[in-house]
Design a protein around this ligand. Structure first.
Ligand code: NAP
Length: 338
């Protein structure tokens, strides 16, 4: 139920970047729940946004609005009349020129427009990139919502995506306070799972590269993972729970790349999945400890990383992004133990 206790059917919410990987699942969930959704896209006629029109309830309750993060008026128009805003749109790139300005100024515009429209709550999709990029964090620290990335470290290491997301989240908190906007933030880790959109986004390439033969080795590093359907649900839970506040780390587990390729090759031995680490000299990187308790307390039961990896690959095959190799009889009969 919406935070003000009104019926979902009376509520209009705006989702920015509606055609994206996470936003598409969020729009789907919001429509299923009965919300009316104004989804912003840069080009409503682009075939890459067509999947949105096929979602259940879209014909009756989805309006696509043309908006760009650098165009305040277009965002203002999309947010006008909305009870809530989910700000998911952002460039996902390490090119500083393409990343920082739209991520930061776009977020400021959203908070400004939300304040002007009297929106009841804004949910901002931040990132683990605004949480963990900090060299002074000790190995035993449990990564949670109190952790922030270090901007100088992001700059020195040229992690412009993490830099942009960190500055954008900081700006969101500052402006929300100044303008009296009720802001809640979700910080997802690397997101995988089935695609609704026809194109492949950056985080799915992280998995795809291990199946196509383009990655010959795997890195000696760790990464936290979560399924896209849980990220969408997390957004709705923090929107609908009146007491939800602050940041919400959205993560299922932290794996070494070696564990990822091992899971993939158990399910899909037909693919040229790397078996060697690119660095066999340094000790194996250790997973960091983290807490996803805040979202669990809201009732979120996370899809396991194994299931998510399995379904990601199946979906890539179904969508034609990954050729299906001729199966051996064994593989065809194998029932995956998720
Ligand atoms: N996927 C992950 O692993 C992950 C993890 C943590 C956080 N996040 C965050 O989650 C959000 C969604 O990510 P995603 O993985 O779903 O990425 P995605 O599929 O690439 O979606 C990003 C969306 O942002 C839109 N966008 C980019 N620049 C824009 C601009 N200048 N004006 C208007 N719209 C713009 C894109 O629109 P176009 O289609 O027009 O380009 C697209 O719809 C982002 O904020 C990202 O930082 C993602």
């Amino acid at each position: 139920m919406p935070i003000d206790g009104s019926s979902v059917s009376d509520q209009t919410v705006c989702v920015t970047g509606a055609g994206g990987f996470i936003a598409s699942w969020l729009v789907k969930l919001l429509l299923e729940k009965g919300y009316t959704v104004k989804g912003t896209v840069r080009n409503p006629d682009d075939p890459k946004n067509c999947h949105l029109k096929d979602l259940e309830g879209a014909k009756e309750r989805l309006v696509l609005c043309k908006a760009d993060l650098l165009d305040y008026e277009s965002l203002r128009e999309a947010i006008k009349g909305c009870h809530g805003v989910f700000h998911t749109a952002s460039p996902v790139t390490d090119d500083p020129e393409q990343m920082v300005e739209p991520a930061v100024n776009g977020t400021k515009y959203i908070i400004d427009a939300a304040a002007e429209a009297g929106v009841r709550r804004v949910v901002f999709t931040s990132s683990i990139g605004a949480v963990t990029m900090n060299p002074s964090r000790g190995p035993d620290v449990v990564v949670d919502e109190s952790c922030w990335s270090d901007l100088d470290f992001c700059k020195i290491t040229k992690n412009w995506y993490c830099y942009g997301k960190t500055v954008a989240e900081q700006a969101a908190w500052e402006m929300a306070k100044e303008k009296g906007v009720d802001l809640v933030v979700v910080n997802p880790v690397l997101v995988m799972g089935p695609l609704l959109q026809p194109t492949v986004n950056a985080s799915i390439i992280h998995i795809l590269k291990y199946l196509t033969g383009s990655a010959k080795t795997y890195a000696n590093s760790v990464q936290a993972y979560v399924d896209v359907r849980d990220v969408a649900l997390a957004h709705v839970l923090v929107y609908e729970t009146p007491s939800a506040s602050g940041r919400f780390l959205c993560a299922e587990s932290v794996l070494h790349r070696g564990e990822v390729v091992e899971i993939l090759s158990k399910f899909f031995p037909e693919y040229p999945i790397p078996t060697k680490c690119s660095d066999e000299v340094k000790p194996r990187a250790k997973p960091y400890k983290f807490s996803n308790q805040k979202l669990k307390d809201l009732g979120l039961e996370f899809i396991t990383v194994k299931q998510s990896l399995y379904e990601s690959v199946k979906n890539l095959q179904e969508k034609g992004h990954l050729p299906i190799p001729t199966q051996t009889e064994d593989a065809a009969l194998r029932i995956p133990a998720l």
